[in-house]
Write a protein that binds this ligand. Structure first.
Ligand SMILES: Cc1ncc(COP(=O)(O)O)c(C=O)c1O
Length: 457
């Protein structure tokens, strides 16, 4: 079906589904009232208004993969806080750790008795020998970039077009007509971010070689699979080229595993044998509690010791925050690493992701649509393109906010919450086979409506 026809049908669907959403949620509507809530825009974080619903769901309870909103509607959650709750809402071992942590002090600015175990687990699980904690993945990326600049003595950073690494100024750029510029919509942006950041297309080995040639880039920061602009898989051999070229240029490789931790135990890096100099993870690593981790090689750690000695060692380094490394974080990290983020959990996630991938592909074929399903472990993305996209330009050309919104709203009215801003499904170990099949049925129904075709029974 033509894109224009699909979009016209999507617009009609959005209108009808928005009415259904409204009718079922009088309490959510009343709770979202800027005048009485005290919050700017009526929400504690302005992104909460960016979902394609007429007003936000107000969540009363969340457990496993089930959300219950203020009006008592039950929803199967495959958005999972865009990965923060990838292992399910409130995993029992993390809830237990939270309960016990309360009696041992939440934050002291000192290591707690969990520190040694957590340090050892991070080394074993993710491979790099030296670690630090932050509160968010944005923090961890900022700290790792600072370290890369400190140890290389270089100012510049390279990222790939379409990247998102959090609220990290240096990375909030776009590639427009071959030029790196500050991302549109940034608030209060006073510095031209293109001065120190170079953005090039993902999977473009020639552009990478050219950008690194002056030997002035401190680090390349990338996700192993780009997950914030559709889902863009690495071309065969791209990671090998990236590692070889960065080494040749004396540039460090910083891998952001915050989303690709969905790949399997140890993340994409461990599963695919990548060799980063620095690595960052946040979101689900503490089972939903704000904590991030970043690791480095021994060589970087040794160099940092020398730099710190030369600078007298103490004081504001620009790295760390008061609540980072707290007893609360360590307790939750330990619970998550030991009991939640396990081989068994990933096996369950992969099995249901296989089921959903096969079901989605069959539904797409039955509806006669030329869409693909991109996947990194437990993370699946429906891409409105007949072939997998290779870079952000292709991903943007394939995307449609209107079709996305129609899918999102219709699926929600059938009881399934997809990730907003893209068509992402994240499979938690708490998702049952029945729920996975229900998700596929709902998807099949919705795209059948969109494409005016009955999906196969
Ligand atoms: C790859 C990646 N890194 C880092 C972040 C930042 O995470 P946070 O917002 O928890 O700081 C995000 C957020 O979506 C992300 O997608």
């Amino acid at each position: 079906m033509e894109r224009a026809n699909l979009e016209a049908r999507a617009r009609a669907l959005i209108e009808a589904e928005a009415e259904v959403f409204r009718a079922r949620r009088p309490r959510c509507a009343a709770a979202h009232d800027e005048a009485s809530s005290g919050f700017f825009d009526g929400v504690p974080q302005h992104w909460m208004l960016d979902w394609p619903t007429p007003f936000p769901l107000v969540v009363d309870q969340a457990s496993g993969v089930e959300l219950v909103d203020l009006d008592g509607n039950r929803i199967v959650d495959v958005c999972l806080g865009d990965t923060g709750a990838m292992f399910g809402h409130g995993p029992a071992p993390v809830l237990e750790a939270l309960k016990n942590a309360g009696t041992r002090g939440l934050t002291t600015m000192l290591p707690s008795s969990d520190a040694q175990v957590v340090g050892r687990l991070l080394v074993e699980r993710f491979g790099l020998p030296r670690w630090q904690l932050g509160a968010t993945a944005s923090d961890a990326n900022r700290f790792a970039i600072r370290v890369a600049r400190a140890v290389t003595g270089r100012a510049k950073l390279l990222v790939f077009d379409g990247c998102y690494h959090g609220a990290v100024d240096d990375t909030l750029v776009d590639l427009v007509d071959g030029k790196t510029i500050s991302r549109r919509n940034l608030l209060g942006q006073v510095r031209d971010l293109g001065e120190l950041t170079v953005s090039i297309p993902f999977n473009d080995e020639a552009a990478l070689a050219k950008a690194l040639a002056a030997n002035d880039i401190a680090c390349v920061l990338t996700e192993p699979v780009m997950t914030n602009c559709g889902m863009i898989p690495p071309a065969p051999g791209f990671h090998d080229a990236l590692r070889r070229l960065t080494r040749e240029a004396g540039t460090l490789l910083l891998i952001d595993e915050t989303h690709t931790i969905s790949t399997g135990l140890g993340g994409y890096t461990k599963v695919h044998g990548l060799e980063p100099d620095l690595i960052v993870m946040g979101k689900p690593i503490g089972g939903g509690v704000p904590v991030s981790v970043w690791g480095m090689t021994q060589a970087i750690s040794d160099r940092l010791h020398v730099i710190r000695r030369e600078q007298s060692g103490h004081g504001h380094s620009g790295i760390g925050t008061t609540l980072s490394g707290s007893a609360l974080q360590l307790a939750c990290l330990r619970a998550c690493l030991e009991h939640v983020m396990t081989e068994d959990a990933y096996a369950k996630m992969q099995a249901n992701a296989d089921r959903i991938e096969a079901g989605f592909k069959a539904a797409i074929a039955a509806a006669g649509l030329d869409w693909t399903v991109s996947r990194v472990g437990a993370r699946l993305e429906v891409v409105f393109s007949a072939v997998p996209v290779k870079n952000a330009a292709e991903a943007r050309a394939a995307a449609s906010d209107t079709i996305e919104a129609a899918l999102h709203l219709s699926m929600l009215n059938l009881g399934y919450l997809l990730t907003p801003f893209h068509n992402m499904v994240l499979v938690s170990p708490a998702l049952s086979e029945k729920q996975a099949d229900g998700l596929v049925d709902a998807f099949s129904t919705v795209i059948g409506r969109l494409a005016e075709r009955r999906a196969a029974a």
